[in-house]
Design a protein around this ligand. Structure first.
Ligand code: PMT
Length: 403
């Protein structure tokens, strides 16, 4: 395969040499495109020696004035990997600021693009950087999440570029899913697109307060990783959670409220083959959200009027076509027989193919914990109870049995 490796101005540029070695060793051709700042960290001579190709950095070759065609590179490549990607380059990519060869190449790219951010923890956490990364995700780019650890600033936190081994693995998992190191059953879900909802929703009372629930998103994120590991493209709609995705085939859309989750699910589901609705969606929201913070001193008591939120599962059940499969969850507070009865009722009402029933009566099941204990009920009445296990293991079993 032909890989364009973009290198920008970060101390992590030295790791790009190891990444090149891995691609070359695996039989791929690598063409380096480096920004002027990138050349301060790693020399073009080193890079051209490793790739056996002259490094591209300027629009024109200084020596003879010949033009370096970013369009031709965009057509040549099977993938573009930008590692390291600085906050500045990410911002330029998000907004189309084509002031160097690397960004113009990115804008001309026809192949999948992988971005491995590298920066200090505060820069990475800054809302601007996060918004720019979300923008790139919305273009279909794969973000190789940075790791947490010791940074060049001598601080510790998230922002350290992922190790070359892991970047290589994530790129190959997308480009060659059948040979993917992280895929079970040899990419059984290759060609499928799975919509997954995860986490809670928050329903605003005023700018400072909301109604929510205890969902952390762990179960839904584990399902997303498990589906992606089997080769599926995943559209993950996440409520407000403190989790990050690992697999590059997961495209994440962040939402806050049930109405936003409903809008995103209705928009994305028609292009999906399957849906798994694991989010704990608030059934009600305040009829009105106050414009300013409600003052305690102004009311001795407070009554909130709540109105029903859309039922996302039921709405998707209504538009589901014959080829699409829909899996819901049912969180119950009853013991098993009664919980299953409620679950079956939801399965029918929402026109689901399967429902995964979990009960807060079972120790180690439900919200927050790392484990779950579920029973999968199918539309034809079959029941399969799984033992208490880690949520990642439960997720793999749900994917295996329902998709
Ligand atoms: O996130 P964790 O901390 O890991 O916890 C996991 C979990 C407990 C949240 C998860 O395992 C789970 O049970 N999710 C579903 C929670 C829930 O809202 O269940 P429910 O019985 O109220 O809803 C039934 C189904 O309808 C669910 O698929 C739900 O996503 C969906 N629903 C509910 C209400 C609504 N307005 N729209 C919906 O789509």
């Amino acid at each position: 395969m032909n890989i364009v490796l973009g290198i920008t101005g970060s101390i992590a540029a030295y790791k790009a040499c190891t990444l090149i070695r891995q691609f070359v060793k695996a039989g791929h051709e690598v063409q380096v495109v480096i920004t002027p700042a990138g050349k301060e960290f790693v020399t073009p001579i080193t890079l051209s020696a490793l790739t056996s190709k002259p490094v591209v950095s300027e629009f024109f070759a200084q020596r003879d004035g010949s033009w370096h065609s970013h369009v031709a590179l965009g057509q040549w490549a099977d993938a573009m990997v930008i590692a390291p990607a600085t906050a500045s380059s990410i911002a330029k990519m998000a907004h189309g600021v084509a002031d160097n060869m690397l960004i113009t190449t990115y804008l001309s790219m026809k192949a999948p693009v992988f971005v491995a951010p590298a920066m200090d923890l505060d820069m990475y956490a800054h809302p601007t950087t996060q918004a720019n990364l979300n923008q790139l995700r919305s273009y279909g780019n794969y973000i190789v999440e940075p790791g947490t650890g010791f940074l060049a600033s001598h601080l510790e936190g998230k922002g350290r570029m992922e190790e070359p081994d892991e970047i290589f693995r994530q790129v190959m998992d997308v480009l060659q899913p059948e040979g993917c190191s992280n895929c079970s059953q040899e990419g059984r879900l290759v060609g499928r697109r799975v919509l997954i909802t995860a986490g809670p929703t928050h329903e605003s009372i005023d700018p400072a307060r909301y109604i929510g629930n205890h969902s952390t998103g762990k179960m839904g994120f584990a399902l997303a990783e498990a589906a992606a590991a089997e080769g599926a493209e995943v559209e993950l709609i996440a409520g407000p959670v403190a989790l990050s995705v690992k697999h590059p085939r997961i495209r994440r859309t962040d939402v806050v409220s049930a109405e936003q989750m409903h809008e995103a699910a209705m928009r994305l589901f028609p292009s999906c083959t399957d849906g798994i609705l694991c989010a704990a969606v608030a059934d009600y929201r305040p009829a009105q959200c106050a414009d300013v913070k409600i003052k305690r001193e102004t009311q001795a008591e407070m009554t909130l009027t709540l109105v029903q939120n859309p039922d996302i599962a039921a709405a998707l059940g209504q538009v589901k076509t014959d080829g699409q499969r829909l899996v819901g969850f049912a969180l119950e507070t009853a013991a098993s027989a009664e919980a299953l009865h409620y679950g079956e009722d939801k399965l029918r009402r929402k026109n689901l193919d399967y429902i995964v029933v979990n009960s807060l009566c079972d120790a180690g099941a439900g919200f927050g914990v790392d484990t779950n204990k579920v029973t999968i009920v199918s539309a034809n009445g079959q029941q399969q109870s799984l033992p208490l296990a880690d949520k990642s293991e439960v997720a793999r079993e749900i994917i295996r049995r329902c998709l």
